[in-house]
Design a protein around this ligand. Structure first.
Ligand SMILES: *Cc1c(COP(=O)(O)O)cnc(C)c1O
Length: 376
């Protein structure tokens, strides 16, 4: 069997091992250390966020964001429905209820019209939502102007889930830096990775300082272990941060490579009847973390996304349906949802293509050829 073509594999540069070796040589094998500080500085410089806390995962970053904004048992948090479950799970960790918002077709992200509908409907039941979590899915910036305007009108803070959008830009500013807080992920499949990791970013120094405090078990200043708050073990290790520092040196290149993948697939496949790519509205710059396509069986002569997925799998090529919306997930069946049918349609007809920055033209060409063949 030929070697498997993966959806989004880690892609190391040349400096990562050197940073990790430095951590070993200095015996900084701890959650904390000079690489953690350095990685935070690199991230702040790249995104333009004033303050950054490097953490053990994107999920941990979201959890801390909710804690910092005072989300508690019985509260409600408005969350994009079409996303990875990690966007919503921390709401439940806090004993709060996620209220899911469907997508709009231009970016596949949170529909601002439904968002406002949800806020007014929840207000009518006497509940002011505690936070709004829009997601920049697959790197495509959400409709931030509209979402932020609504959030400001009702005074609800926004937590931007930019886990998939490091390197994406909305109207000249980095995704993740628009909300009260933003989160990033450096999981193994993301555009850069620390093997596992995440970050909380924002302009409010006090919030990020508190995040670091809570992420290291909330130790009060004292020679013994003194605690006035419930803490977490969510800090990034110095070894992982070393990988991150190396990855930051190649991040612009990784964005360019992923965007070139998208351009190639568009050039090869967009002429096929029934196939559609997501260009994105003007003013958005997507890192194209994953290239996604939609298949309309009514126009493709009956070819479905599932048939494409199986044809690729037969050739040992990894592809995946789009995220299944949270309001359709068994675990969230009881959660309130404001739905327009968009995310369900996307889930039924959408496919993520192999998009790693380490894929060569030979591999991308093989994927395109297998798909094109189905239209012959
Ligand atoms: C990956 C991801 C997360 C979670 O990040 P981890 O680092 O894996 O915990 C959250 N939201 C979205 C949209 C993601 O894709």
């Amino acid at each position: 069997m030929t070697e498997r073509i993966w959806l989004s594999a880690p892609h190391m540069g040349v400096q990562e091992l050197g940073f990790v070796k430095e951590a070993f040589d200095s015996n900084w094998i701890a959650p904390l250390g000079p690489h953690v500080d350095g990685f935070e500085k690199d991230l702040a410089a790249f995104t333009g966020a004033r303050h950054v806390a490097a953490l053990s995962s994107g999920t941990a970053a979201l959890h801390l964001a909710l804690v910092l904004l005072g989300v508690e048992r019985g509260d409600e948090v408005l969350c994009q429905s079409m996303t990875f479950s990690a966007s919503a799970n921390p709401i439940v960790y806090q004993g709060a209820t996620p209220v899911f918002i469907d997508s709009e077709p231009d970016t596949w992200n949170m529909d601002p019209v439904l968002l406002e509908e949800a806020i007014t409907a929840r207000l009518a039941t006497g509940k002011m939502p505690k936070a709004i979590i829009p997601v920049h899915l697959y790197g495509m910036p959400a409709k931030l102007d509209e979402i932020l305007q609504i959030a400001a009108r009702y005074g609800v803070p926004v937590i931007e889930d930019a886990a998939e959008a490091l390197g994406s830009v909305y109207k000249g500013k980095a995704c993740g830096t628009f909300g009260r807080l933003g989160i990033l992920s450096f999981n193994g499949n993301k555009i850069i990775t620390t093997s596992g990791g995440g970050a909380l970013i924002g302009d409010d120094e006090e919030l990020i300082r508190k995040a670091r405090f809570l992420a290291t078990q909330a130790r009060d200043p004292a020679p013994h272990y003194e605690h006035s708050y419930i803490g977490f073990n969510y800090r990034m290790s110095n070894v992982c941060a070393g990988i991150g520092r190396g990855q930051m040196q190649v991040l612009p290149e990784r964005v360019a490579q992923r965007r070139a993948n998208y351009d190639y697939y568009v050039q090869q496949l967009s002429g096929l009847p029934g196939i559609q790519f997501l260009a994105g509205p003007p003013g958005t710059y997507s890192n194209r973390w994953l290239t996604t396509l939609l298949v309309d069986p009514a126009q493709s002569g009956g070819i479905t996304r599932e048939r494409i997925r199986l044809a690729l799998e037969e050739e040992n090529i990894d592809s995946r349906p789009l995220w299944k919306p949270m309001h359709l997930q068994p675990v969230f069946a009881a959660a309130p949802a404001f739905v327009n049918g968009t995310s369900a349609r996307l889930f039924n007809n959408g496919l993520c293509l192999p998009s790693g920055s380490n894929l060569g033209r030979a591999e991308l060409g093989k994927v395109a050829k297998i798909i094109r063949r189905m239209w012959d």
